[in-house]
Design a protein around this ligand. Sequence first.
Ligand code: COA
Length: 167
Amino acid sequence: MIRKATLGDVNQIAVVIMRAWKGAYTGIIDPKYIKTMKKEKYISIFKDNISEEKEIIFVYDEKGDEKGVKGFISGKEQYGRYDCEIVGLYVDPENQGKGVGKRLFQKMEEEFIARGKRNLIVWTLENTANNSFYERMGGVKKEKKLLEYGGKLYSGVGFKFDLKPKK
Ligand SMILES: CC(C)(COP(=O)(O)OP(=O)(O)OC[C@H]1O[C@@H](n2cnc3c(N)ncnc32)[C@H](O)[C@@H]1OP(=O)(O)O)[C@@H](O)C(=O)NCCC(=O)NCCS
């Protein structure tokens, strides 16, 4: 099931980020940066995000308890040309390719639409496997900027989505 994240989910969210990052960006991001990634850092970021309600976070929970969390999506409302953003979307490598990412993405789209949002942006690294996923979800490559990881710059791409309320 897809449900709102709670504080009990932070450990598993951190595990999913670490595992999905290694799978997606090994060979793209400098391995030195990947080695410096610490689970504790993500636990602390998500504790703060959830308790302070800084982001909207949904998890995919396959067992109905926090140990069953195998994916999550986080997003936020903002000002400017794009009135909302997906900040993170990660599915555990063993669960990828089974429709979980799509369900999480659609849940966040529905949430943004219900909040009156219409222009969604998602930033990611250019030429990675997830680019095809975002295109499949209806996104259009629209923006570019450099993204920094561990002091190095990489080409980033912004996918734009027009959000339309369902009739
Ligand atoms: C990108 C990611 C979130 C996609 O989630 P997923 O659960 O694997 O994707 P789904 O199974 O829901 O796929 C949904 C659709 O996208 C397509 N798709 C997914 N990944 C794809 C890929 N790499 N290439 C082409 N199409 C892809 C699927 O074929 C599917 O199409 P369908 O609706 O016609 O069946 C997931 O693979 C992941 O966590 N990757 C690593 C981390 C990452 O890159 N996160 C995004 C950073 S912002």
